[in-house]
Design a protein around this ligand. Sequence first.
Ligand code: SF4
Ligand code: SF4
Length: 123
Amino acid sequence: MNDDIVEFVREVSAQNPFSCYQCGKCTAGCPVAAEMDAPPNRVLRMLQFNDPDLMTIASPWECVTCVVCTVRCPRNIDIAKIMEAIRQYRQRGREDYVHPNAVDVADLPQIAMVSAFRKLGEW
Ligand code: SF4
Ligand code: SF4
């Protein structure tokens, strides 16, 4: 498996972040964008520039895989898969990985909570 985050994301998600032209439709529809330190379109831009901050931003953990961004993207980029690939890359080999706390997302919009329940059914 590739050690470069951009190539890892491309390989695991089967998506091409370089086809993003920054229209912002993903972020405009994302139910948790206002809570993110880097909303979805920004994450795509960071991948295009191999930004080292991809290893520290909280956005991939705040994404609830609702796929609104994915269905809105005019470039047919599955951004939800990209978020998942970033999570996988960041978790690799880490014993200090801390799962996002449910209490932290308690104030999010209802649709975000529903999506989170779907994904993390053990809550
Ligand atoms: S909707 Fe697609 S093309 Fe537009 S900013 Fe988001 S990822 Fe890029
Ligand atoms: S899948 Fe994640 S990034 Fe995309 S709209 Fe939903 S919460 Fe936002």
